[in-house]
Design a protein around this ligand. Structure first.
Ligand code: UDP
Length: 238
């Protein structure tokens, strides 16, 4: 139990990688549908859900920059990648018979509603799952930082950070078998130990605004709801 009980409103951060379902890139339809069902189950339990989605399954600005595209423009490509993911998740949630709204920090009104705090709060209040695209809307940031930013401005109780492993480890558990999982950490420790689960800007913003981060594995079905309820394994960063 993370002691917080059931949360009133949270941001769920999904990386692009979570949507590949083991494929090398892109969207795996079955995986996207399974995650959508998870989100619906979590929302059904009474917690308002804003999903912040990454784009690394299509494009990362830093990688584009190494191939000669200037960083700011490469990051624009990355932000557009997150919009593709958001539309796919929005569609999958609706396919579950549940209301969802994609909102993009990079305005493209013919595709989805532009993000505004007021619009997001309106939809959340009506029980719709908001799928937030475009990260912060600025280059040189990540969607992890976008997730913490949205959690702060939407008065969320926590950021639920979905990863490929069930928490924060002392080293990469896929490479180092002696790596151990932290049950709990402070934001300070996450920054000073240089734990790679989120970037420093994201942790610093969470520390500044006292936003707990729950790091859990998205690999198991029902993982989002379980993490909300404090069951299963996770790392709590406070
Ligand atoms: N991005 C950006 N500003 C933001 C969020 C994202 O420029 O506020 C760009 C950046 O190029 C990043 C890409 O979008 O590499 C995809 O986001 P991210 O790497 O966070 O996705 P994830 O790793 O979660 O799949």
């Amino acid at each position: 139990d993370h002691g917080a009980g059931m949360f009133r409103r949270v941001v769920v951060k999904l990386s692009g990688e979570a949507l590949t379902g083991g494929d090398t890139h892109g969207l795996n339809a079955g995986t996207v549908q399974r995650i959508a069902a998870d989100l619906v189950a979590a929302s059904d339990s009474g917690t308002e859900i804003a999903v912040v989605v990454g784009g690394g399954n299509f494009f990362r600005g830093i990688q584009g920059a190494t191939k000669g595209i200037e960083r700011a423009r490469a990051d624009s490509i990355g932000m557009l990648a997150t919009v593709m993911n958001a539309l796919a998740i929005e569609a999958a949630i609706e396919a579950e018979g549940y209301p969802a709204r994609a909102l993009s920090a990079v305005p493209m009104p013919s595709v989805c509603q532009p993000y505004s705090r007021q619009a997001a709060l309106h939809h959340l209040g009506k029980g719709r799952i908001c799928v937030l695209a475009g990260g912060t809307g600025n280059p040189f940031f990540t969607t992890d930082t976008g997730a913490v930013l949205r959690a702060a401005e939407l008065s969320c109780d926590a950021v639920m950070k979905a990863t490929q492993v069930d928490g924060v480890y002392s080293a990469d558990p896929k490479r180092d078998p002696s790596a151990t999982r932290f049950a709990q950490l402070t934001h300070d420790e996450a920054i000073t130990k240089n734990l790679a689960v989120m970037d420093t800007a994201a942790f610093a913003l969470a520390r500044e605004n006292r936003i707990p981060i729950i790091v859990f594995s998205i690999a198991v079905e029902g993982a989002i709801r379980a993490a909300l309820e404090g069951s299963g394994t996770f790392t709590l960063v406070t």
